[in-house]
Write a protein that binds this ligand. Structure first.
Ligand code: FES
Length: 275
């Protein structure tokens, strides 16, 4: 054993004394490395977009980073009023805490970023470099226990994003004239399609959450006495198996919708309209 003081985990007194960080010979470092790169890219992109405060609304599409738009938003973007119209910074920052808190405290993401960023541990059967392990029993990690409350907020955000999808079908007054001043009754463009896919993935991610599983089926002594909750628990349990996939897919879809809105709103591309 090295001379460094090591007390816990694989360095605890009851564990075999092995100096190597791991005896694994496979490429165990690939998943944490991929996670590190992708998460970092998402964080950089979303931070820039959230702070920019511009090009987040391209009629009739609203970026999910800015929904609901409760600050001093551009005309047409605020379907729930502007109660924080006095807020001097980007409107995205008003609501960011909810989706961000939900994802940061997610059990799946915790596993991913503990491994990729804190190497705690970087992979199964690979020793972590930290001497002490305190888990999530102290500040700040004890705040991870707020996940259930962020899940409640995520349900509200999911409803708002679903509402945005319906609004994305709106023909805008005076736009899309079919002749003689008529407008088509419905708008359907690539943005609408991306928003539909995004909201489906957001719901799959939100409803496959471990807290959702506990909310619908936890603390029951007898499933037989609660057939509806048992059905819901069974359904959520099936979704829960793929929670990690939904976490990734919805992360990409949120960024993709925002990117599309940005490109259309900034005039870089035109909306691809189907009808
Ligand atoms: Fe991932 Fe709840 S465990 S969102």
């Amino acid at each position: 054993m090295s001379t460094r003081t090591k007390h816990t985990g694989v360095f605890g007194p009851t564990r075999a004394h092995i100096d190597a960080a791991t005896l694994r010979t496979d490429r165990w470092w690939i998943p944490p490395l991929v996670t590190f790169v992708l998460f970092s890219a998402f964080v950089i992109y979303s931070t820039i977009r959230a702070f920019s405060g511009s090009d987040y609304y391209a009629k009739p599409y609203l970026s999910p980073f800015y929904s609901p738009c409760l600050g001093d938003c551009v005309e047409g973007a605020s379907d729930f009023g502007q109660p924080f119209g006095w807020f001097p910074l980007s409107a995205a920052l008003i609501i960011l805490i909810f989706p961000l808190g939900f994802r940061l405290t997610c059990y799946y993401y915790r596993k991913s970023y503990y491994r990729a960023f804190w190497l705690s541990p970087p992979a199964c059967a690979v020793a972590e470099p930290h001497v002490k392990y305190t888990g999530e029993t102290r500040f700040p990690l004890i705040l991870q226990n707020l996940h259930r409350y962020f899940w409640y907020a995520a349900i509200v955000i999911g409803c708002v994003l679903t509402f945005d999808v319906f609004l994305a079908f709106r023909p805008m007054p005076g736009e899309y004239a079919l002749g003689d001043g008529e407008t088509s009754g419905i708008h359907m463009g690539l943005g609408t399609l991306l928003m539909i896919v995004n909201v489906v993935l957001i719901w799959l991610y939100t409803l496959s959450c471990h807290s959702c599983r506990h909310a619908v089926g936890g603390r029951l002594r007898h499933f037989s006495k609660h057939p509806v909750r048992y059905k819901l628990w069974t359904l959520v349990s099936k979704l829960n198996v793929n929670h990690g996939r939904y976490a990734w897919a919805s992360l990409f879809s949120v960024a993709l919708v925002d990117l599309y809105v940005y490109l259309v709103a900034s005039g870089a591309i035109q909306d691809v309209r189907f009808f």
